[in-house]
Design a protein around this ligand. Structure first.
Ligand code: ADP
Ligand code: ZN
Length: 756
């Protein structure tokens, strides 16, 4: 076999490296290579026209016989790599887990694919690959390997042993169904198609006519199918359903409060799409809170649902990816990365809670799953539905200006009344009490009444720990993290001062390390302190705190939420993780300890986020027959984010906020690219951005910076920002003309959401 210099992209911050690889190796095939002395999997990207002069190493092996990703998904990778300024190899692990290193078995002629591969018969393999991409059923054995056997999900296939002269009618049905399907089917499908019971398969297997092979699908075993409960859609839901044209690209924004029936619209659409033999990609912001959604999906589409998320172990994820590659699943539910799932023939994409920041990756590559989902829908030529009670202003503006189609569910769901929302002015409370107020009298009284009626209350404070920071009253010094430019938070539970950015912790000192005075005082309360306060005020009540400190163990958040759902908790106190997801039937009081907390952040989205959080948490109250009450404690009762949350008026909020965005030149009116530099010293970080800025030669951009990042140092690295404002085209042009060094100090965050 002839070896030629070939470029290989690794999933590392490196430019493609050049190795010797078989001539004709198709781009998009994974290869195993040695980097220094460790093995890595990379993506072949084609011959290197100008190979380095140094002696080249050969690759260690070819992983795939042909590119595994469907062609449209490869197009999406190429688009995302261009748009976000990353390498396609950085996106590959989002589509194919590293663990997916199959052992290639026989093709239909009994020829080993590995053999073709080892002989370098790329032409033959390319043909097989094309055929497989057209119809993965053609090569059903492709991804089998012994390690995959042993759990759930069985495929049945013909062995090719000649039929004996006599088989029973039931056996004949099975053999015919298999033959019609090209030789192999998943067991449930086969039994359905042949209309027989599983015992027939056992007999056929004993006679050597069929073979049963297990595929991994632990999730399907774990999920129990609940009863299907198909509802009759109301008029608004019908209008929304009819408005989504299947078979053509179109972006739809489905706006309706929680419980207004958005999920039922997605389900009805999915049903139509699946009936037409197309597939559904369904994105959710967090998998931990979707247990009830999965039950609904499994009940409606039994055996056709696969789930992908980071919380699963490798085997489970692997199993679902195998199913996707094999067309074993028609509906794929997942978080952010699922937008890159190797699903074919997509007929519908759903993005629920489209405004959620968790759709954006805060690590390289910093892709936004909602935005990529729109691109993917365009490439697939299918509709996409973005759903939300409080849409992002980007999506809302697009709907207002006609680029997206706006679908609204305005009817209140039956049996649910709007909660009564009130404001408590904390300045007033302070004037009256002349000391720090955690719970103002109005909230305290409402709590007592709620507990007296044996109902539940939820208190939200978006700050964990006991006290926000410690300060010396004598010299004014705040105890800060030695590695980061933020103060340490006091955690009373384990008597530590802790950095919430790098995890650095220390036993609190008795005296000020600077001036020696013993005047250290804690400032600002966190959830831990609120919990303590509540236990003192209501000693007979069961208080449960849920924040990142109490939910470190896997499953503990779910366990806590379930306990609350079962009525085993009287007062829930915690951070924003309480704001969404579960519904508590006896929850009638929601208190927000400090509603304007999020407004103090230097971020043009502070107001939008505060409005979303308050609306979301207010929606927790009074979901069932019991009327709800919401109390917002605030120092700025006149702020629009608070007043519109008070009125639960999303459209009013959007109308008041958008002009500010336009005036200041922020999204959705202008696009942003945030270039970040990190270095050992502030000077290096600044110089890296300065030199980048000086090279910039694209007209029509506004350039801000370099400026210190809001948190100028994290983990001993100094951080600077350079913000580019302009049209998407101009910002894209910057990437083309001024590409970043792969391992340089500067990195790009396109359409940034976090500025910290
Ligand atoms: P959302 O996704 O907007 O939060 P869901 O679709 O989950 O709302 O609906 C909330 C509840 O109301 C669910 O239990 C759902 O089954 C029920 N529901 C929705 N639409 C209808 C309808 N047309 N008729 C009866 N029940 C409905
Ligand atoms: Zn730190």
């Amino acid at each position: 076999m002839n070896l030629v210099p070939t470029r290989v992209q690794l999933n590392r911050p490196l430019p493609p490296l050049t190795y010797l690889a078989p001539e004709g190796l198709p781009p998009g095939v994974r290869v195993r290579v040695k980097v220094r002395n460790s093995l890595a999997v990379g993506l072949a990207v084609g011959p290197d026209p100008a190979p380095p002069a140094a002696k080249l190493r050969p690759i260690e092996g070819v992983v795939d016989p042909f590119p595994l990703l469907p062609a449209r998904l490869r197009e999406l990778h190429a688009f995302a790599a261009r748009y976000y300024g990353c390498l396609e190899a950085h996106l590959l692990p989002l589509s194919l887990p590293q663990a997916l290193l199959p052992n290639w078995e026989a093709d239909e002629d009994g020829q080993s694919l590995s053999l073709h591969r080892d002989r370098g018969a790329w032409g033959a393999l390319a043909e097989l690959g094309e055929a497989w991409h057209r119809d993965p059923g053609l090569l059903p054995t492709l991804l089998h390997r012994p390690a995959l056997r042993g759990a759930g999900f069985t495929e049945v296939r013909l062995t090719g042993v000649p039929h004996p002269p006599r088989v029973t009618p039931a056996q004949a049905k099975v053999l015919l169904a298999l033959e019609e399907a090209g030789g192999a089917l998943m067991e449930p499908d086969l039994l359905g198609a042949a209309g027989v019971g599983p015992s027939v398969l056992g007999t056929l297997e004993k006679r050597g006519l069929v073979l049963r092979m297990k595929r991994v699908d632990l999730l399907a075993q774990r999920r129990s199918a609940g009863a299907d409960r198909t509802v009759t859609l109301n008029a608004e839901q019908e209008v929304a359903l009819a408005a989504v044209a299947l078979g053509a690209f179109g972006v739809h924004l489905l706006h309706g409060v929680t419980g207004s029936g958005k999920t039922e619209v997605y389900l009805a659409l999915a049903e139509r799409v699946l009936a037409g033999w197309k597939r559904v990609l369904w994105l959710v912001p967090e998998i931990g809170l979707t247990a009830s959604l999965l039950e609904r999906l499994e009940a409606r589409f039994p055996g056709r649902v696969a789930v992908g998320h980071a919380g699963l172990n490798a085997g489970e994820r692997h199993g679902d990816v195998v199913r996707l590659l094999f067309n074993g699943a028609d509906l794929f539910v997942g978080v952010r990365n699922a937008v890159m799932a190797p699903l074919r023939d997509i007929g519908l994409i759903v993005v629920d809670e489209e405004q959620e920041g968790s759709y954006k990756s805060e690590e390289h590559p910093r892709v936004h799953a909602r935005d990529l989902a729109i691109k993917r829908a365009q490439l697939e030529g299918c509709p996409i539905v973005l759903g939300s009670a409080t849409p992002s202003l980007e999506s809302w503006h697009a709907a207002q200006s006609g680029r997206y189609r706006l679908l609204q569910l305005r009817q209140r769901p039956a049996g649910i009344t709007l909660p009564r929302v009130e404001i408590v002015d904390l300045r007033e409370a302070y004037r009256q009490q002349r000391r720090k107020v955690i719970l103002a009298p109005a909230l305290m009284q409402a709590l007592a009444e709620t507990l007296g009626r044996r109902e539940q209350a939820l208190l939200l404070l978006n700050r964990r720990g006991y006290e926000n920071f410690w300060m010396c009253r004598a010299c004014g010094r705040t105890l800060g993290c030695p590695h980061c430019a933020i103060s340490l938070t006091y955690h009373r539970g384990d008597f530590r001062l802790r950095c919430h950015l790098c995890g650095h912790e220390t036993v609190p000192p008795e005296a000020c390390p600077d001036c020696g005075a013993d005047h250290l005082r804690g400032v600002g309360e966190g959830t831990e302190q609120v919990e303590e306060h509540l236990r003192q005020l209501f000693p007979a009540s069961r208080v449960l705190r849920l924040d990142r400190d109490t939910t470190r163990r896997r499953g503990s958040l779910e366990a806590g939420l379930l306990a609350a759902e079962a009525g085993e908790v009287d007062i829930l106190v915690g951070t924003q993780m309480l704001a969404k997801g579960h519904t508590f039937p006896r929850l009638t009081l929601v208190g927000v300890i400090n509603a304007d907390q999020g407004l103090k952040v230097a971020d043009f989205r502070a107001s939008e986020r505060t409005f979303q959080l308050l609306t979301q948490v207010a929606g927790r109250a009074g979901r069932a027959e019991l009327p709800g009450r919401v109390i917002l404690q605030t120092y700025s009762p006149e702020h629009p984010a608070i007043t519109f949350a008070l009125a639960q008026d999303f459209e009013g909020f959007a109308a008041s906020e958008l002009p500010f965005r336009e005036g200041l030149g922020y999204p959705p009116f202008t696009a942003l690219s945030l270039y970040r530099a990190e270095a050992e010293t502030p000077r290096e970080a600044r110089e890296a951005l300065e030199s980048f800025r000086q090279r910039l030669s694209i007209p029509g951009l506004r350039i801000l910076g370099p400026l210190e990042a809001p948190v100028p140092r994290i983990k001993d690295r100094w951080r600077m920002h350079l913000l580019l404002k302009g049209g998407r085209g101009a910002l894209g042009e910057v990437l083309v003309r001024h590409p970043l060094e792969a391992a340089g100090a500067v990195s790009l965050d396109r359409d940034p959401l976090q500025f910290g």
